[in-house]
Design a protein around this ligand. Structure first.
Ligand SMILES: [Zn+2]
Length: 285
């Protein structure tokens, strides 16, 4: 099991740290062991820094992942956007290669439009082409993970994410339970909803895929249009409840990576989740 934050939390900066290179040791000192490096505004990290981060992460037993830029729109019909999307994903994969990161998470993007099927077909075609280019660049071993979307209007419901995974063994799902909860109008209030997702991933991709799933988790506020903003475990009334998932992880002996995206409390809430999981595990013995 791995727990860690998305990006650098304010508490890290308050402690006087500026560089992400300080994150691996800082996380380890707190009992965390995963870190999702944020490239959401573009991939700006150079090779030297990326390799150094990778080394420090390995030394501190931190599993690295990368969150690719938000500007990706896999389902676009526009040639300029296709080229930009390709660039963002390939640059993220290149950085992942330097860092030895386990996976590049990305949002399939907007543009579900009138015909979702057509958008999805375009997305699959473009992803296939990008992966072909990645192989030519020597990046065949880098995994990419389309993430479940927080709004129903976005491409990336669970079925669409699983279908994108059909593009090849390099593609694995990123399951954001906060997003699924928001996109379903608050559907994740019982264990069954979580179980259904794990079952569906296992049926489509097999036991190993579900065992080592890449998961995003945070309390979330939503409207009828889906995700509004990420919240924290300190704010009552915002689901989903991590305890529901934690119990299932113990029962099914799963060992996913849990990346916490709680607003400004991504490391603190990652520890809250870790503690909940450990309580469930000890109660199970
Ligand atoms: Zn995301």
């Amino acid at each position: 099991m791995r727990f860690g934050p998305a990006g650098n939390p304010p508490s890290f900066q308050t402690a006087g740290h500026k560089s992400s290179l300080d994150m691996p040791a800082w996380l380890r000192a707190r009992g965390l062991n995963a870190y999702e490096y944020q490239c959401v505004r573009g991939v700006h990290i150079g090779e030297g820094t990326a390799r150094q981060l990778g080394r420090l992460a390995a030394e501190n037993d931190i599993r690295l992942s990368i969150h690719a830029p938000y500007y990706i729109t896999l389902g676009t019909a526009d040639d300029v956007l296709k080229e930009k999307t390709t660039g963002h994903l390939l640059k993220s994969m290149q950085a992942a290669n330097w860092m030895d990161a386990a996976v590049v998470v990305f949002h399939p993007g907007t543009g579900a439009g009138e015909d979702r099927r057509e958008t999805l077909q375009r997305a699959k075609k473009l992803l296939g082409e990008i992966l072909q280019q990645a192989r030519e660049m020597g990046l065949a071993q880098i995994k990419v993970a389309p993430e479940t979307a927080g709004k129903p209007a976005q491409l990336g419901n669970l079925e669409e994410v699983l279908e994108l995974c059909d593009c090849g063994p390099q593609v694995v799902p990123a399951i954001d339970f906060g997003h699924l909860h928001a996109a379903s109008g608050g559907g994740f209030t019982g264990e069954e909803a979580f179980m259904a997702v794990l079952d569906r991933v296992e049926a489509h991709l097999g036991r190993e895929a579900v065992r080592h799933l890449h998961i995003h988790f945070s309390p979330i506020e939503f409207t009828r249009a889906g995700e509004k903003r990420h919240r924290t475990t300190l704010e009552p009334g915002f689901g989903p409840d991590f305890a529901l998932l934690a119990r299932l992880l113990v029962k099914r002996e799963l060992e996913p990576t849990i990346i916490c995206e709680s607003y400004d409390r991504q490391a603190e809430d990652a520890l809250v989740f870790k503690q909940l999981y450990e309580e469930m595990k000890n109660a199970d013995k």
